[in-house]
Design a protein around this ligand. Sequence first.
Ligand code: PRP
Ligand code: URA
Length: 209
Amino acid sequence: MSQLHIINHPMVQHKLSIMRNKETGSKDFRQLLKEISLLMGYEVTRDIPLDPIEIETPICKMTARQVSGRKLAIVPILRAGLGMVDGLLELVPVARVGHIGLYRNEETHEPVVYYSKLPEDINTRMVIVTDPMLATGGSASDALTMLKKKGCTNIRLMCLVGVPEGIERVQREHPDIDIYLAAVDDHLNENAYIVPGLGDAGDRIFGTK
Ligand code: PRP
Ligand code: URA
């Protein structure tokens, strides 16, 4: 059974509060999302494998440990998931990046796929799927299904704000996937927006409204 990880670190919570404020503009919103992603990435990669490496300190030789970084792939759900990539890349610079494009149909709120470009060897990598908002869970669930069809077996989902509806849907449809969130909000409104949430993440990152 998958686990739900809530990242309660005070720095994450502080930055998220600034992002939620409607007075925060795109430049700061983007910067804060990047910073939070790096901090959350620290937890998401907690069990990443380490390889032994022979090195020499100024004192003596030793067997040290290094991250098997080439084994990681980051897959943002476009558009808003893009805002979480740079923070993760600062943590693991050699990670590969794939892209899955999904948008929600405004009436049905169901996701529509419009783009997919993934590393060829994605099935051999640990995959972190990023999307700031876990609302109905439809987008995340479809992205996870697409990755599983490509043979991925080690996937985790990193979002910023979720609601019980979305969490339950992903857990029901993908009981093997761990979910990482900075906050679980109250509910969805009639337009399937998270309440209190932070508004439309894509629009706030890219300044499109
Ligand atoms: C937003 C958000 C998620 C999705 C979450 O994307 O970035 O991908 O909605 O909603 P769900 O859990 O109900 O599927 P949107 O469809 O607005 O596209 P955009 O990122 O291109 O703005
Ligand atoms: N997508 C967003 O960007 N925000 C929400 O609150 C829900 C879906």
